[in-house]
Design a protein around this ligand. Structure first.
Ligand code: NAP
Length: 260
């Protein structure tokens, strides 16, 4: 029996495409998002085409009570073996023009919900010694230069969380993957007031998810579908890891010490 897959943000874009692909692989699904009618329509098509069982769990993941219901499902339902932590949003404009409440809501969705849902499922998967958590980050989380401060910071969190959970949960048999898309044609752009057609290069969502699933099947920790040369990622990780032994020091570095 294949594990069920709980997909957040399943009503459109990347989440809807993951749902389609896992249904076609024969996995039952639990779909989570706010737009119930859209998920019902999607589920009806997928049930007919693939024969898998699909549950709809409507939730606004910025609302603590809705989030708690999804956490409970992840913690209690032993059939769920894969979490696709995908729901997310962006925020238009620069930091000084973004409303503080909007910044808070973005962090609630892109950070708090991602971490809480992973936390809700991880102990059960670790106990079972199997399962997977897939977190959708973004290349923006690697690029403060792109001018999307809070969105990028939320995605940097997703990458760090995924890499460190992989270190902790990997030896317990739980696979953790971070997927870092670049610009992909979904509704996220118009939802945040941006024009996707003004971008230099945009990947179609089916190609993005199919590539991410190649990384999933290879059990990659970090999958960056658009990056042509994986040696660049490896060099970036090696540069970071080279610093680690040098952080343990009794004294500040010479450049920070006043001559006495
Ligand atoms: P999308 O088409 O706008 O999908 C976002 C999904 O999240 C929708 O299903 C939406 O459903 C759900 N969602 C939004 N707010 C929610 C809330 N408060 N509670 C529950 N669900 C909510 O965009 P997408 O591009 O597929 O985004 C999916 C993920 O990919 C995000 O984490 C995004 O940051 C990441 N990503 C996207 C791109 C890109 O260029 N598209 C690039 C890098 C990373 P409802 O409206 O029905 O709730």
């Amino acid at each position: 029996m294949k594990p069920s897959v709980l997909v957040t943000g399943a009503s459109s874009g990347i989440g809807a495409t993951y749902s389609d692909r896992f249904a076609r692989r024969g996995h039952d699904l639990v779909l989570v998002a706010r737009d119930t009618a859209r998920m019902e329509a999607m589920a009806a098509d997928l049930r007919r085409e693939t024969g898998v069982a699909i549950d709809i769990l409507p939730a606004d993941l910025t609302r603590p009570d809705d989030l708690a219901a999804v956490e409970a499902r992840l913690g209690d339902d032993d059939a769920i073996g894969i979490l696709i932590n995908n729901a997310g949003a962006s925020l238009g404009g620069g930091f000084v023009n973004q409303a503080t409440d909007d910044v808070g809501r973005l962090i609630a969705l892109n950070v708090t919900a991602v971490a809480r849902l992973a936390s809700a499922v991880a102990p059960r998967l670790a106990k079972a010694g199997e399962g997977a958590i897939v977190n959708i980050g973004s290349v923006v989380g690697l690029a403060p230069e792109m001018g999307m401060s809070v969105y990028g910071a939320t995605k940097a969190f997703v990458l760090f969380l995924s890499q460190s959970l992989s270190v902790e949960l990997g030896p317990k048999g739980v696979y953790v993957q971070a997927v870092l898309p670049a610009a992909t044609r979904t509704e996220i752009w118009e939802r945040s007031g941006a024009d996707v057609n003004a971008l230099r290069a945009v990947m179609e969502v089916g190609e993005l998810v199919d590539a991410a699933l190649v990384g999933f099947d290879l059990r990659e920790t970090v999958t960056v579908p658009p990056l042509p040369d994986p040696a660049e990622w490896d060099a970036y990780q090696a540069a970071r890891q080279a610093m680690l032994p040098n952080f343990a020091q009794v004294h500040a570095a010479d450049r920070y010490r006043k001559a006495s």
